[in-house]
Design a protein around this ligand. Structure first.
Ligand code: ATP
Ligand code: MG
Ligand code: FE
Length: 332
């Protein structure tokens, strides 16, 4: 079974063809980072316009790379939400038009289910599976008992992890997107500042990053008033240590409590070097296999959407021609 995936929820226009939800045949991502950089963040209206311009080109490249044509594709999977509504609409309408014209089944996909399924290219899933989702808009612990089923056991009460990275990066005057920049600086710095860790109580699997963000801002501000300053590298290293400590400890605790047979990491922040090495060290020798996607499958792409779409397709789930973009679609 070959699924064509389409993803346009934020600032990458992406299409991919995936075999049986586990094998990438082709994977094309057109990033808009350069267009948004000078504004310090994603401008929704610009994102939508770029998706319209790029969609056809990206689809042509996807078929060309695969050496396939429409006859070879069994269904079209598309991100229906969550994300920017105008951006999502471009992908949803392209998918609807193409599936209708080529008489292929249409399958709507949740963007975060996609991030989770980016891990299935490495290994088959083992249940119960615990997923740590750390992206630009989400920080969640999700338990899966079978393919396509998601139970939320913890989530952020304020900022998402990626959002915290991007906001702290802005304070440090680093270019957008800030996550990779802080990651790089952190590797050169020392954890010399004791930023707070938000544990939120003994049994909580929830997260909070806004207090940490404020603490970073206050530390820089107060130092400046005293005529002092910190090295950006040390602020980055200290900030990252706080984020990574909490993410690693809560994931470890949940893996034990729910007797997970596999732990996976998903979303853009899964590309973070500090997080990858802390989680790897924690789970090494524990008997619980840990999966983290290769760097280019951590951030938005359509291979992950096709892989999650394959599961929906196998379960007989089909979307109608009235499929609409839903910017706040719940994961269930
Ligand atoms: P969502 O998936 O929640 O809808 P999104 O699609 O915008 O949000 P992703 O593409 O999954 O988010 O990830 C982008 C985020 O990942 C950004 O906040 C970016 O700063 C962060 N990020 C990317 N690489 C790294 C890194 N190496 N270290 C830390 N953060 C990173
Ligand atoms: Mg992105
Ligand atoms: Fe994403």
């Amino acid at each position: 079974t070959y699924i064509l995936g389409i993803e346009t929820s934020c600032d990458e226009t992406a299409a991919a063809i995936v075999k049986n939800g586990q094998e990438i045949v082709s994977n094309v991502v057109a990033s808009q980072i350069d267009s948004h950089k000078r504004f310090g963040g994603v401008v929704p209206e610009i994102a939508s316009r770029h998706h319209v311009e790029q969609m056809t080109v990206v689809l042509e490249q996807t078929f060309e790379q695969a050496g396939m044509d429409w006859d070879d594709v069994d269904a079209v999977a598309v991100t229906e939400g969550p994300g920017l509504v105008g951006a999502l609409l471009v992908g949803v309408n392209a998918a609807k038009a193409l599936a209708f014209a080529r008489q292929k089944p249409l399958v709507g996909v949740h963007h975060i289910a996609g991030h989770i399924y980016a891990n299935r290219f490495q290994s088959e899933f083992e249940f119960p599976l615990l997923a740590l989702i750390v992206s630009g808009g989400h920080t969640e612990l999700v338990l899966m008992h079978e393919h396509g089923s998601y139970e939320l056991i913890g989530e952020t009460r304020d900022d998402a992890a990626g959002e915290a990275y991007d906001k702290v990066a802005r304070v440090l005057e680093l270019p957008y997107p800030g996550g990779p920049q802080i990651d790089k600086l952190a590797a050169e710095g020392e954890e010399s500042i004791a930023f707070p860790r938000a544990w939120l109580g003994e049994d909580s699997y929830d997260f909070s990053f806004s207090g940490l963000k404020s603490s970073v801002i206050n530390t820089i501000h107060n130092a400046a008033q005293r005529g002092e300053s910190f090295r950006k590298e040390d602020i980055a290293a200290s900030f990252q240590a706080s984020v990574v400590d909490v993410l690693t400890a809560k994931t470890w605790k949940a893996a034990q409590a729910y007797q997970a047979r596999q732990v996976i990491v998903a979303g853009g922040v899964a590309a973070n070097g500090g997080l990858r090495s802390a989680l790897t060290a924690k789970f090494d020798g524990s008997g619980i296999p840990l999966l983290i996607p290769p760097l280019k499958l951590c951030t938005d792409n359509a291979a992950m959407i096709a892989a999650a779409g394959f599961v929906n397709y196998e379960h007989g789930k089909r979307s109608g021609w009235d499929l609409n973009a839903n910017p706040s679609l719940p994961l269930k």
